[in-house]
Structures are given as C-alpha cells and as structure tokens.
Design a protein around this ligand. Structure first.
Ligand code: BJ8
Length: 423
C-alpha cells in the first residue's frame, strides 16, 4: 500500500487523530463488506478505493491542482458538477458520514443538529479528511437550516460560495435556479481562471449524463424479479464513491458492474436466497462510511433493492437535455433537470411520495423503510404523509430515526427484524 503520510502532512492534516480513523476503517469495512458472500467481481474496484480512500483520489486531485485545475467541495446534489467540469475543475462530495467526526463538529455547532452537518464541520475543523483539506473552495446551498447556517462557519475558514436554492417548484423558481447556476458559473470562471464556453459545457453535460446512465444501469439490474444480483450494501458503496470519483472512470466502472449484473440475472445468480424480502430505503442521505442501516437490514433476513435518497436514485434519475447550444439555454436545461430532485427542503414536496410509490412497484419491494437522521426536521415531517400514501397502496412501511452512533443498533435490529418477519 502506498504511503500517503507526506501528502497528508503537506495538506496540513492532524496526522495523529487521522491515524485513529485509519485504524478503525479497515475493520469496519471488513466486518460489513468483506464478510458478504458471492459479491460481484467488479466490486473489487470499489473495495480498492475504500482501502485507499484517503490516498489515491486526493493524490489525483493534487495532481490536477499542479496542472492548474481547481477542486470544489460540495454538500448537496443540487450543485451542478457540469459547470465545474467544463472549467477544468473537479468536484468532490464532502458530506460526513462517520461518528468519528461528530464530537469535533459539536465544538462549533449545537449538539441537537443532524449528524451529517456536525460530521462535515468536524472533518473540516479537525483536519482529518483530505477531501476537505484539498478543496480549493466549498460550495454550499440554502437547503436545510442546519446546512445554511453551517456554511457561515465554514466560510469564515475557507472560501465558500452559497447557491440560493428555491424552496418551491413554480416556473419562477426554475427560472431563479437558472439564474443561480449562471451566477455560480461566473464564480467558477473566477476561481478557475477559465472562460466557460458552450462547447465545454456541452461536453461536461454529456459526460455527467453518461455517468448517470451508467449508475442507472446498475439500479435497473436491481429491479429483476426473483433475483437480487447485488447486495444493497454494495450498490450503496458504488453510489457513495461516485460522489468523489472522476466522472469518466465512475461511468466506466459502473458500466462494467452493470454488465456483470445483467449476466448474473441471465444466469440466475442471486446474492440472497430465493424468497428474501425486498426493501426500499428512503430518507436522508447515507454519506460514506454510513453503512449501518443497510448492514442491519441485510443481516436481518432482507435485502435492500433500492435507495430513494440522494445517495441513490436522486443522484442519477433525470438527464440534462443535451440539445442546447448556448450557455443561456444550457443553464436553463441544467435548472430543469436539477429542479426535478424531490428533496424534502421543498414545500410542498408530493414528488418524493410519488417517487417512493412508483419505485416500490418498479423494484418489486415487499416493504419500505423510511429512515431519517436524528434532528432532520424536513424528512421527519414528511413521514406521516409518506406512510399514509404507502398504506393506501398496501405497501408496508417502517419509519425509523437514527444517527451515526452504534447506541441504537440493537434496538434498530429488533425493529427491522420484526418488520421483516411480518412482510
Ligand atoms: S437534495 S437531502 S443532499 S439537502 S443536512 S437535509 S439530513 S438536516 S442532506 Fe440533502 Fe441536498 Fe436535500 Fe439531498 Fe436533513 Fe441533515 Fe439537512 Fe440533510
């Protein structure tokens, strides 16, 4: 394994604390992932990425910087990667998914805030994540209250640009988001020193669409009836890694995985025994390395076959129209695609409920688990309306709330086990 200590030192990271993180991750990954049987061979790539998670990709980003490229750290799927890529930059997702970072985050934030926000700030201020350290700037967005206030704190320490997200989906909101994307493009031009051209943006739109199509192929394979060719944990890992990988490689590796899964379906190769209950998980994102809920579900006699969440279908569903050839029309096309995302920060947000019901059918699920992170009011408030819609459709639903600790693992296991039992 390559030694990245000099790189981490150059990034001004806290090596001593970072060592503690590096010491626990392999065991956690081994217990959760490598203990699975009959995994697709193409998961070897994703296992390798995890084994070098704080090394190989940050080193690539540093190489890009040495050639004049800039790295943009983002926290939400609404930030259009296409604009950054078109200006020769790279995007890296930064949402924190580990309890390891939470105590450091609580030094600058109230403790009754969602763990995703606390972990993100903890990773930044604790200097224990190279993706935060390597980013030239952060890009935030006015989605939930916790995140938008957290950007004020981050912004005091590193250049941070905040996109003003509409909270509704009227035509004037889509127009507003078009304007926000145009303004963001000017910021990206300023940071990268590169002028955005319709040709470059068109190519970037094509590239990111290609990545979406590849990820969608993997999910398409998860719809197969009578066969589950990949575990939910493995599919989740693919999506989590997609947030910081190079988009062309991401598409290539996802396509290879999809090829294998399609072959598995043709050969009747399933990871789980026949009759295993199929679960759709919906709710707040599961940022890497948050594998807790999937692990509990998949060691309780069920399999996750779909994630209706930003670390799932919301990341790749809907393509950007590639026919536009002026920047103005391309910004409009980007806005139209991104505004189809049904995040709970919108009011009203009936699209998410319709999506969950539609996907429950498409993925042939036996039940839905609606899981949100503690203190995420947005998704918590949507729980009763989602439950009512699923009940009307005759689809069983279990609502859960959790955080990044293991304190509730046994309680969750009992509840998930009882739910699976009655399906
Ligand atoms: S588009 S889901 S990535 S905002 S941070 S809202 S868990 S309290 S992440 Fe999100 Fe964009 Fe929406 Fe998706 Fe709740 Fe926590 Fe806020 Fe969160």
């Amino acid at each position: 394994m390559t030694d990245y200590r000099q790189m981490w030192t150059d990034l001004d990271m806290d090596l001593e604390t970072h060592d503690q993180l590096c010491a626990v991750l392999p065991a956690a990954f081994g217990d959760t992932y490598l203990s699975q049987e009959n995994r697709p061979e193409n998961m070897a790539f994703y296992d390798f990425v995890v084994s070098e998670i704080h090394g190989v990709r940050p080193a690539e980003l540093i190489e890009l910087q040495s050639q004049g490229g800039k790295v943009f750290g983002t926290f939400c799927v609404f930030v259009p990667d296409e604009v950054v890529v078109a200006c020769g930059g790279a995007v890296t997702g930064l949402c924190g998914g580990s309890q390891f970072w939470v105590p450091e985050g609580e030094k600058v934030l109230p403790s009754d805030l969602c763990p995703l926000v606390k972990a993100s700030l903890g990773a930044h201020f604790g200097k224990t994540c190279p993706y935060f350290s390597v980013a030239d700037m952060y890009v935030g967005e006015t989605t939930c209250d916790g995140k938008k206030k957290a950007y004020e704190i981050l912004g005091a320490d590193k250049r941070t640009y905040v996109m003003d997200m509409p909270q509704m989906k009227r035509p004037k909101d889509i127009e507003k988001w078009t304007g926000e994307i145009a303004e963001f493009a000017r910021e990206v031009e300023d940071v990268t020193g590169r002028a955005l051209t319709p040709e470059a943006l068109g190519a970037a739109i094509g590239l990111i669409n290609e990545k979406r199509r590849a990820l969608a192929r993997v999910f398409e394979a998860r719809k197969a009836e009578g066969c589950i060719p990949i575990s939910g944990k493995d599919a989740l890992l693919m999506i989590q890694i997609a947030f910081f990988d190079d988009p062309a490689r991401c598409a290539e590796m996802a396509n290879k995985l999809a090829d294998e899964l399609e072959q598995r379906i043709a050969d009747g190769v399933s990871v789980f025994p026949a009759g295993t209950k199929r679960i759709l998980v919906t709710g707040t994102p599961l940022a890497i390395p948050n594998w807790k809920l999937h692990h509990i579900i998949e060691t309780s006699g069920a399999a996750v076959v779909c994630e209706e969440m930003c670390t799932g279908t919301r990341y790749f569903e809907n393509l950007v129209d590639e026919s536009a050839d002026t920047l103005e029309d391309q910004f409009q096309a980007l806005s139209e695609r991104y505004m189809k995302n049904n995040c709970a920060c919108f009011t009203p947000n009936p699209g998410r409920i319709a999506d969950v019901v539609r996907m429950a059918r498409e993925y042939h699920v036996d039940g839905v688990i609606d899981a949100n992170l503690k203190f995420c009011t947005l998704y918590d408030v949507e729980k009763p309306s989602l439950a009512a819609a699923l009940e009307a459709e005759g689809i069983p639903c279990l609502a859960l709330e959790t955080d990044y600790t293991d304190n509730d693992a046994e309680q969750l296991r009992t509840r998930v086990g009882a739910f699976v039992e009655m399906l």
